[in-house]
Design a protein around this ligand. Structure first.
Ligand code: LLP
Length: 442
């Protein structure tokens, strides 16, 4: 699951004590384990090895440059969804031709930066000859026309994958469902043939791939099987009309262990998906995967300090320095994150991470943040060991969509990020300061 565990009542990461990190670097702070990041990436790569896929880490899940560098070092490509993420991927050392670029609203400067280093959004001369990205995942007719026109103007060739919407319900939160008809993503299967007939012979933007992404997290293999099956039917149809499909990008969405053993293992997803694609891959089709959360979620915890404990008429509030500005998932999706003190007494070491634990002496609390909204909570009605002012709590499985969705709401500064690797720790993004927060307005 991950490399965060209790020893003698103290939570550690790869042997590094987390309260010591909170003391040294302050709170709130995201702490990532390099071993977990690498382990999860390796597991995906190994499980799908028979398909020899390009595993493009979904940057949006945890975009820190150092995290990207770790994964690039492991052989990962990158899944980007903005010009900013393309620049991150490049700075992290990812070869441009291992970058896929999705998103429904790509703007002209972003498209230029994706096609030509001379248009890098970093204004960095070193980018000049970096070349074009691997694939544009195209989400609409107008977008295809826009990218193709710029590619022609620049005289640059690039590959495009048509993102199709297979209308498969991934059975996850409606805000993170993407592969059903009523969402804004991709074009529906019925329109795909007409799309290829219209654009499939463009000289500069070579349309020779398909992309799906159903949503996330997806805790069963069945939506993938249905999605892939529909895509393969489309591939046959397209190829019979003379449109060769060289690459199929299956997107991301694999689960993470927010609770112990919550998610299928990489091998289970692969067990369902690989047999469907084996034959195609043998004939030369390339497969792309875009996992984010399944690599980064369990690789991170959020450390937060208890500022005050307040007993209301009906319940106890544990008021922390992290809130919806630090980790918005509970507020936005009512997402569950296991939360536990980083130091516990005998009898309070959690036997597993679960919504409820049958341990003596737990106290029911709302774990809330400092933000002036009732929706600002990390957990509601949660049984915790007794905590007091100054205690450090760990919010687990916070590596994905934690820091990447953090905000300055209520003029709170962005947290620090720390990477633990083999017994050592270092800051990979320092905490924002109040002068920095105000710099663009003064
Ligand atoms: N590929 C595409 C095209 C995507 O849109 C996404 C995620 C991924 C890959 C990676 O999905 P993953 O493997 O990380 O599940 N903020 C939400 C999740 C939004 C996901 C957006 N797209 C959350 O906190 O649960």
């Amino acid at each position: 699951m991950d490399d965060f565990s209790y020893r003698d009542g103290r939570l550690g990461c790869e042997g590094v004590d987390l309260v010591s990190l909170a003391d040294e670097f302050g709170t709130p702070t995201y702490v990532y384990s390099r071993a977990t990041l690498e382990g999860h990436y390796d597991r995906i790569a190994a499980a799908f090895a028979e398909l020899n896929p390009l595993v493009c880490y979904s940057i949006k899940s945890c975009p820190n440059l150092e995290v990207c560098r770790v994964l690039v070092g492991r052989g990962a490509g990158m899944d980007a969804v903005s010009g900013g993420e393309i620049e991150r991927a490049w700075l992290a050392g990812c070869p441009m031709d291992k970058i896929v670029y999705a998103g429904v609203g790509k703007t002209e400067p972003e498209i230029r930066a994706a096609l030509s280093g001379g248009h890098s959004l970093l204004n960095d001369a070193a980018a000049a000859d970096r070349g074009a990205i691997g694939w544009f995942n195209i989400e609409s007719e107008q977008e295809f026309q826009a990218v193709a026109a710029i590619a022609r103007e620049l005289g640059v060739k690039a590959h495009a994958a048509l993102r199709v919407n297979p209308d498969v319900d991934p059975k996850t939160h409606r805000y993170t469902t993407t592969g059903t008809k009523e969402t804004k993503f991709g074009v529906d299967l019925e329109r795909a043939l007409a799309f290829f007939e219209r654009f499939g012979r463009d000289e500069y933007l070579v349309l020779d791939a398909l992309h799906i992404h159903l949503g996330s997290p997806i805790y069963s293999t069945e939506p993938y099987v249905r999605g892939v099956t529909k895509v393969l039917e489309l591939v046959d149809k397209l190829e019979s009309r003379g449109h060769a499909i060289k690459t199929i990008d299956l997107g991301g969405g694999f689960g993470a262990d927010y609770e112990t053993d919550r998610s299928p293992h990489a091998a289970e997803y692969a067990g369902a998906i690989v047999p469907l694609l084996r034959e195609r891959v043998a004939k030369g089709t390339q497969i792309i995967l875009e996992p984010g959360r399944t690599i980064s979620a369990n690789a991170g915890v959020l450390l937060t300090r208890v500022v005050y404990v307040k007993d209301g008429p009906d319940k106890r509030f544990v008021i922390c320095d992290a809130g919806m500005q630090t980790l918005i998932r509970p507020a936005l999706y009512e997402a569950f994150h296991f939360i536990w003190p980083a130091i516990v007494g005998p009898g309070h070491v959690p036997p597993r991470r679960a919504k409820t634990l049958d341990l003596p002496g737990l106290v029911r609390c709302d774990v809330v943040g400092p933000i002036c909204e009732t929706g600002d909570f990390l957990a509601l009605e949660r049984d915790l060991p007794p905590v007091k002012r100054g205690d450090v709590l760990a919010v687990f499985t916070a590596g994905a969509y934690g820091m990447s969705m953090a905000s300055n709401y209520n003029s709170q500064v962005l947290p620090a990020e720390v990477l633990v690797s083999g017994g050592a720790s270092r800051v990979i993004r320092r905490r924002q300061t109040v002068p920095e927060l105000l710099a663009h307005e003064r």
